[in-house]
Design a protein around this ligand. Structure first.
Ligand code: ATP
Length: 247
């Protein structure tokens, strides 16, 4: 579904990505993690075709949908119109949305928990509300590969949970391939079937979530001690960084 072959990207003469060769199969959920500035967004933009590789190649089979990191509309469309824009390919240039298009748009707004905002002006929403609407818009396109750049960065716990559960359900119900970047390893643990850890020196680690998303690898990735912590009485665990050394 997505194949990177010896992919390299340089920006203003600086090498950001080098020698990336990996495949993401149809139906996978890939979480991408790495420190600030390692090139996660650059990689997503290259997969989307928004940036040309300096070397190597990217191949994607199927229609792509993209949710950028922060989104501000140029004009203040209503929320329902914003979401319907996700169906532009189906509606056609001069067509108008059908009752089915409205039903699908409202269904995705409802899944994201923001149906009551449908008549609000998009630009008057909070950052978190806007994020949920833009995700509903991308889901509405019914793409084959959904690419999301830090989909939870502006969201509180409840809304992070809505987004993560929606992505998981969408993947299991429709088989859509999902690629997302995150600074929260917990999101990878709960949703991803595979993980890409991007190091600052251009090297990377890619593999199944359980074997790849480990406390040791996260400690190397972020340069702070990271522990694995198990929730009492369950086999569910999370990761906890130690920002301050015990004295
Ligand atoms: N147009 C550009 N010209 C030169 N350097 C750029 C350009 N765009 C981004 N960079 C640099 O490329 C590097 C990778 O940026 P990128 O946004 O891909 O990182 P990231 O891993 O997504 O970071 P974050 O986690 O902070 O969002 C950064 O050092 C950034 O400053």
């Amino acid at each position: 579904m997505i194949e990177l072959t010896n992919l390299g990207v340089s920006l203003s003469g600086t090498t950001i990505l080098k020698g990336y060769s990996l495949k993401v199969a149809k139906g996978s959920v890939l979480a991408i993690l790495g420190a600030n500035g390692v090139g996660k967004t650059t990689l997503l933009h290259t997969v989307m075709g928004l940036r040309r590789p300096t070397e190597g190649a990217v191949r994607v089979d199927g229609k792509l949908g993209f949710v950028p990191q922060l989104f501000q509309a140029a004009f203040s469309y209503s929320v329902i119109d914003m979401v319907l824009m996700g169906r532009a390919r189906r509606i056609g240039l001069f067509g108008s949305p059908s009752a089915v298009d409205y039903r699908v748009a409202r269904d995705y707004l409802s899944r994201m928990g923001v149906l009551e905002l449908e008549n609000r002006a998009f630009n008057t929403l909070s950052g978190g509300q806007r994020q949920l609407v833009v995700i509903a818009q991308a889901l509405c396109s019914e793409c084959d590969v959904l690419v999301l750049d830090e989909p939870c960065s502006a969201l509180d716990y409840k809304n992070q949970s809505i987004v993560m559960q929606s992505l998981k359900r969408l993947n299991s119900e429709t088989g859509v391939t999902i690629v997302f970047t995150t600074h929260a390893p917990q999101h990878g643990l709960e949703v991803a079937s595979e993980v890409l850890l991007m190091n600052g020196d251009g090297s990377y680690r890619h593999g199944p979530t359980e074997a790849t998303l480990t406390a040791g690898h996260l400690t190397q990735l972020y340069g702070v001690p990271v522990d694995k912590a198990e929730f009492v009485g369950s086999s569910v665990f999370t990761f906890a960084p130690r920002f301050i050394e015990a004295s």
